[in-house]
Structures are given as C-alpha cells and as structure tokens.
Design a binder for this molecule. Sequence first.
Ligand code: PLP
Ligand code: TYF
Length: 397
Amino acid sequence: LFHSVALAPRDPILGLNEAFAADTRPGKVNLGVGVYYDAEGRLPLMRAVREAERERLATPTAHGYLPIDGIAAYDAAVQQLLFGAEAAAVTERRVVTVQSLGGTGALKVGADFLHALDPSAKVAISTPSWANHRGIFENAGFEVIDYPYYDAASHAVDIDGLLAALDGFAPGTIVVLHACCHNPTGVDLDTAQWRQVVERMQARELVPFLDIAYQGFGDGIEPDAAAIRLFEASGLPMFVASSFSKSFSLYGERVGALSVVAASDDEARRVQSQLKRVVRTNYSNPPTYGAALVSHVLHTPALRAMWEDELGAMRERIRAMRRGLVARLAAHGATGDFGFIERQRGMFSYSGLDAAQVARLAEEFGIYAVSSGRICVAALNEGNLDTVAGAIAAVGR
Ligand code: PLP
Ligand code: TYF
C-alpha cells in the first residue's frame, strides 16, 4: 500500500524547532517560529488565563459535546472584538461566527465552504505570505495565485503593484489579506491604503478573506481591527479567520473562529447551516477548554481589563526589542540602515538576511531564523539581544 508514498517536505518554520532542539550549544536562540516569549525567554501563562482557570475549576463541569459552531458566548465575544459591538453587520445579525481549531482551522472551514460554493474561483495570497495559506487553499481544491505585496528595496508595501493586481483579478476571486501584523514581513497597509484596497475590491467584486492572528500586537485591539471594520462598513460579503493562539498565549488549545458577513439575517442563517455542515463532516464539533477560558475572560470585566493590560505589555516589550536590536546592530557596526525594523509591526521582522546568511547564523552561532530572513522579534530578550545583534552584524559583513 505505501511503497509509492513520497516523503513530504518539512514545514519550513515548524521544522526549525527540531533543528533547534537538536542543537546542544548553551547560547542557542530560536527566532524561527512565531511565538511570544516573555523577558525571561519563557512562554507566558497569562494572569487573566490563570485566573479564569482558577475560577472555572471552582465549579467542576462534566465534559459534554459543544454545539457544532462552538460556545455561543465565545462566538459573540469574537464578533465584538473583530467588528465592534455597534457594527451594522453585528446588530443586524448578518455575521455568523463558528468557533474553530485555531486560525488555521478557521481558514480551512472557510476554504471548504467557499470551494463548495465556487470551485472555479481562484484564491490570491500576498507575496510573500504565511506558507500555510497556499497549502490550505490548494488542499481545499483551489488554484492559488499571488499578488505583489512587499517591496524589499523600500521595506514597504508595494501598493501600486497590489492595486494593479486587484484590478486584474476576475470577479469572485478570493483575496486573502493579513488584517494586521503581516506574517512574515511585519509591514502593514495604512488606513488610506486599506481604503483603496476596499474600493478596488468592491469595484471588481472580489471576495475579502481577512486573516487576523495577531490582534493586539500592532497598535492595540481596536486599531488592529481597522481593516476589518473598513470592509464591514463597505457592505461587501467577507470572511475573517481569527486566532487567540498568540493574544491569549493559548497555542496548544486551538482557539480561533471563522466569521462570515452576509447581506441579510436570512442569508447569514443559510451560510451558518453550511459552515456547520463543513465542521460536522470534518471533526464534528470543536474542543471546549480554550474557548471557555477566552469567553470567561472576555465576559468578565476585571479579567478582560487584566488581559488587555498584559497584551499591551507584550506589545510594548516587542517594540522595546525592536529598538534594542536596531541600537545593538549599530553598536556592532552592522552594515546598512536597520531603522526599518522599528517601523515593522507585530512579532516578525523581515530582516533582509538571505538564505546563506540565515544558514551561517544557525551553523556558526546557533541562532535559528526562517530561510526567508524572517526573525521572530518576540523571542528576543535582554539576555540574547546582544548575541543576536553581533551575529547578524557578522554574517552581514
Ligand atoms: N494566520 C497567520 C498569518 C499566522 O501567522 C498564524 C500563526 O500561527 C495562523 C494563521 C494560525 O494560527 P493558529 O495557531 O491559531 O492556527
Ligand atoms: O508563522 C509562524 O511562525 C506561526 C506559527 O505551519 C506556525 O504562524 C508556523 C508554521 C505552521 C503553523 C504555525
């Protein structure tokens, strides 16, 4: 049966964890996977999450099945975070939200639903994008195409290239957009550019599929949702895949959601029935633990305030590491102007290092980064910053 099975390639990012684990050097640093570590280099257990766990444990509950679309209170909280409580789509009951297995699961449920709707549509992703975007949509049966996004020379969005690509897409093309903290570049559209994108997509009847895995890591919970709110206000039908993996540090609990905005309450109910069918025929219903914690935090004002504070501190720590890296690179005499690192947002920096330089970082210094040159700034701390800056300066000479 298996004699013809080919060896699948390793995930270019998750595969780095194995190489890092196998490295025995004491000063090794993992700047590969997009995970937030605290100032001591540890994965945080957020206080708001710990408190929610404590309060929930006080009244032990049996482990029943959740509804197919998850915890209703969780889905409602997701809608408020993404769209705002006052959004017309929310108050008019035109948004359907289903709890999902992380942001990845949300993308998959959305992709399967869309493919059943129009298998001939193409899906466009940014160049570059999170590598799993292509895989998820291809696996769902779509042809995946690219749109220009990042201009390496200016370390900025190639907005002209992006708009021109949108103008050339066939109506019905699904366009995957990173709502904030673009992975892997850390470079986002500004509000004026988002407005242009919304206008073009409306004119061409394109389908926005926003991916928001880092809400709160850019400028804050509300400002990071600006793109979602512009699309919502435009009245276009839209998809949003959201994740609490990073913002609640609940990676392994698989807490995400797919939200779809329809034109009417009635349309939304029909879409909901189809999303539930996709869920049912894939994994029946979602897990309880992580979503129950998130819902508890978001519906308990004191815990919600605590969570927002903690998330704000994480965001500020990443910013401080950006400033620190730029300063130490200069101190180590690194060639070039690295000021762009401070302008990038979210967990990542597209450092400009090429694959050979990244390989040298791993071999000579035990510092692991993605071969594209993406580094996870959220893995830097005062204890490794100087080593990392020194190593980057060395491989850049
Ligand atoms: N989308 C993007 C852009 C991401 O960077 C990630 C990161 O993990 C995800 C989706 C998926 O997140 P999750 O771990 O919640 O599936
Ligand atoms: O880009 C990242 O590092 C995160 C984590 O297949 C991740 O999004 C990476 C690869 C992958 C799943 C998650």
